[in-house]
Ligand binder design. Structure first.
Ligand code: ADP
Length: 320
């Protein structure tokens, strides 16, 4: 005879420790399944296994499963710059990968809504995210950094010309997606200091911001504006990264500084914020990043430079 005890025994074989509130009456079993920490695929599999196992039992005709998941405390880290073209997206992608290599559960939101480049950088261009109900499911990739980007929703080459409020709504959709067990979301912010940036900060409160700048004065002035915006929104600055610092000639090996040297470090010191590290200007960084094989994965100087910055970010997060 099927009863609650035999149902519990059956559930132990497919979902041990994950079920509660079992009821059995009139051929119908209902139960609550805790799917906390499982990704979408595993959730589907455990539900199928539970239903399949119970429907084999005498007198069980239907099975209702209510799934609950303990809420994952998810933290957003904004990567921002005062203007475009300084390598903010490149740093975001490599930082996310380096964090993943350090063993963290990281996802990527490409909030650079007017110029999304994360699908290319994370090598998952042209793949459309699926949805569960109204929630988008982030796109997986080879680097174990699930990502959502407007670039996944718009057709390649299609102009994205939304006004502020619409862009803000699109961003909400990317951030409030089905992130599963992801604990830290790197947000590649749009360049500049406009409405989209402000509304993103107000609605989603990143725990902190990493500011990217090239070393020259003009870029640093823009970076200062980005810092001001975060200060206004009372979001702590985690630190500054100097990108495109020092160019080593591939022919003679001489190092020159087309954009100046050490400017971002000095600016960080003046503004009283930590300096997180320096990434050199190197054609290999451009080639491998834009080619979807991010340098952060490599066991060389570039890979190490990104991983050192990721370690400082991880330490900052752990000290919060
Ligand atoms: P942003 O997000 O600030 O607009 P991107 O990350 O898209 O900037 O970078 C702009 C271009 O510069 C890309 O082609 C990228 O590959 C290249 N780039 C970024 N950082 C470096 C670097 N350190 N060395 C060489 N090229 C770089």
């Amino acid at each position: 005879m099927t009863d609650i005890t035999s149902i519990e025994a059956a559930l132990d074989s497919v979902a041990k420790g994950r079920f509660s509130a079992i009821k059995f009456a009139g051929g119908r079993v209902s139960l609550v399944l805790n799917v906390g920490g499982l990704d979408v695929r595993d959730r589907g599999q455990i539900e199928i296994a539970v239903k399949g196992r119970l429907l084999e039992m005498d007198g069980v005709e239907t099975v209702d499963v209510a799934m609950t998941a303990e809420k994952v405390e998810r933290r957003l880290i904004a990567v921002a710059s005062g203007k475009g073209g300084v390598g903010k997206s490149t740093l975001s992608a490599n930082l996310a990968i380096a964090m993943q290599i350090l063993g963290r559960k990281v996802g990527m939101v490409d909030a650079d809504i007017y110029g999304p480049s994360q699908p290319r950088l994370l090598h998952c261009e042209g793949r459309r995210p699926e949805a569960e109900g109204k929630q988008l499911i982030p796109v997986p990739n080879d680097y174990d950094v699930p990502v959502l980007s407007m670039g996944h929703l718009a057709k390649p080459g299609q102009a994205i010309a939304w006004r502020g409020p619409m862009a803000g709504k699109a961003l909400d959709q990317l951030i409030d997606a089905h992130w599963g067990d992801v604990e830290e979301l790197i947000v590649d912010m749009p360049p500049g200091t406009g409405d989209v940036q402000l509304s993103m900060m107000q609605h989603h409160k990143p725990v902190g911001a990493v500011i990217v700048s090239t070393p020259q004065d003009l870029a640093l002035m823009d970076a200062t504006r980005a810092v001001d915006l975060f200060n206004q929104a009372k979001i702590p600055i985690i630190g500054m990264v100097e990108n495109m610092a020092g160019y080593q000639c591939p022919h003679c090996g001489e190092v020159s500084d087309p954009f100046g040297a050490g400017g971002a470090e000095a600016a960080a010191r003046t503004m009283g914020m930590p300096f997180l590290g320096r990434i050199p200007l190197d054609i290999e960084i451009r080639k491998s990043s834009d080619g979807g094989t991010p340098p952060a994965c490599a066991d060389d100087d570039h890979g190490r430079a990104f991983r050192e910055i990721a370690k400082k970010l991880a330490t900052w997060l752990d000290n919060q």
